[in-house]
Design a protein around this ligand. Structure first.
Ligand code: SF4
Ligand code: SF4
Length: 429
């Protein structure tokens, strides 16, 4: 057993209101500079939607090789050795600036001196892709307006059909917010793909950083990160990414996004893990429980044997105490309500999510309140507004069982707390 410590985060998605405060404060702190105008180390996606950068989850798009376009043409994107060769000249599978949406300069004066207008100004939606008789439109926050049902979940929104579909599926539409930062993975593919060895994982707390002196601007990390959380600075010619606010963390302050989060939904803390298990967990076969395999790398900081081994490994005593008090450890391992984002990417992400329970449609209809009664709620789990299958695609590589277990636990806690708040004896059921 090789014990290491890792800074990690858990976000409770039921509490995110999509205000983007975290994105703006992060931007003001870290990317308010020339060359990175388009960059959001922290972004908040509306789900279902195309994500940021656009379609980053479509791993085929970034993998490379021959592909059939929607118009039936064969097109080459690079992969493997060919990708390495082509990267010397150009990296053809990099996201384009349109995939990030165009940068803009916010003119604060407009707030006070704009003339009265009949209509509010809106960002121009852009026609980005065209196929046979279809047009896919996207821009900042465009996904908000679409909401979505399972048909929309992958972003295959056909404009001409939207109105009819939405009318038909109105009752089934759903949306929620997914804030994202770099995952500070235990098995970071950005570091593995850097030809210059410029990306490294800090030994003491696992934060993944880019050594600006070593970076040669290959941009392999941009394509190599499946979460697309490395960005290229066009002014300096170097890669940049979220630093988990390490200068703040080192003096005991939370990350900027956590401190300014309006919903108070970000929990940060230390976890202990067995570094010898990382490779095994990353190479788990397709047909096994990827979520459970990735959870198995964590160690119990309350276990005296783990504490002894951690001290022998040179982890300071107060860090072990911090891991014992860590809300991240508790939410992932004790209460088992947090899940990793896309465990199938196999980088072992260290930002986990409590999936949204949301109001349950049938219960709301019957009682006018969400999840008031535990019995009703459990009966209505099939009628969740956000389909379990969609959450499973995000958090458990498609396996609905762990998501359902988490939602049941959240539902039980919600009903229990409501009983207490209303002065009733908690429902034993
Ligand atoms: Fe690297 Fe991407 Fe993982 Fe961040 S999310 S550590 S950039 S592989
Ligand atoms: Fe969500 Fe908090 Fe960011 Fe607002 S500040 S969008 S509530 S994560």
């Amino acid at each position: 057993m090789r014990i290491m410590a890792q800074m990690a985060m858990v976000m409770n998605l039921d509490k995110c209101i999509g205000c983007h405060t975290c994105s703006v404060t992060c931007k003001q702190t870290w990317t308010n500079r020339t060359g990175v105008e388009y960059v959001w180390f922290n972004n908040v996606e509306t789900r279902p939607g195309l994500g940021y950068p656009r379609t980053y989850e479509d791993q085929d798009r970034w993998r490379g090789g021959w592909r059939l376009t929607k118009r039936g043409r064969l097109t080459l994107t690079a992969g493997g050795r060919l990708k390495k060769l082509l990267t010397i000249f150009a990296n053809p599978v990099l996201p384009r600036i349109q995939d990030y949406y165009e940068p803009w300069t916010y003119d604060y004066a407009t707030l006070t001196n704009a003339p009265l207008q009949e209509h509010m100004p809106v960002a121009r939606p852009k026609s980005l892709l065209t196929g046979e008789n279809t047009k896919i439109i996207w821009s900042a926050n465009w996904d908000d307006d679409l909401g979505g049902s399972l048909e929309h979940a992958r972003g295959d929104v056909v404009l001409e059909k939207i109105s009819d579909q939405v009318k038909l599926e109105f009752e089934q539409t759903f949306m929620f917010y997914l804030p994202r930062i770099c995952e500070h993975c235990l098995n970071p593919s950005c570091a593995a793909s850097c030809p210059s060895g410029a990306i490294y994982k800090r030994e003491e707390d696992g934060i993944v950083l880019v050594d600006q002196d070593k970076c040669r601007g290959w941009r392999m990390c941009v394509t190599g990160c499946p979460y697309k959380k490395v960005y290229f600075n066009h002014r300096t010619g170097k890669a940049e990414k979220c630093t988990f606010c390490y200068p703040r963390v080192e003096v005991g302050l939370p990350t900027v996004c956590s401190e300014t989060c309006v919903g108070r939904l970000r929990y940060i803390g230390l976890v202990l893990y067995d570094a010898d298990k990382v490779l095994e967990a990353a190479c788990t076969p397709e047909d096994t429980d990827l979520y459970e395999a990735q959870r198995s790398v964590f160690l119990d900081p309350d276990d005296p044997g783990v504490q002894r081994a951690a001290e022998e490994a040179g982890i300071p005593h107060d860090w072990i105490e911090a891991a014992r008090r860590s809300p991240v450890h508790a939410l992932i391992n004790t209460y088992k309500v947090a899940l990793p984002l896309h465990p199938e990417y196999r980088t072992l992400p260290m930002v986990w999510y409590i999936p949204p329970l949301s109001p349950v449609v049938d219960v709301v209809r019957e009682t006018g309140h969400d999840a008031e009664d535990a019995g009703n709620l459990f009966a209505a789990l099939d009628a969740l507004r956000i389909p379990i299958g969609y959450l499973a695609e995000l958090f458990t590589a498609g396996d609905p069982a762990p998501v359902e277990a988490v939602l049941r636990r959240l539902a039980a806690m919600r009903a229990y707390m409501r009983d207490i708040n209303l002065g009733r004896a908690p429902d034993a059921g």
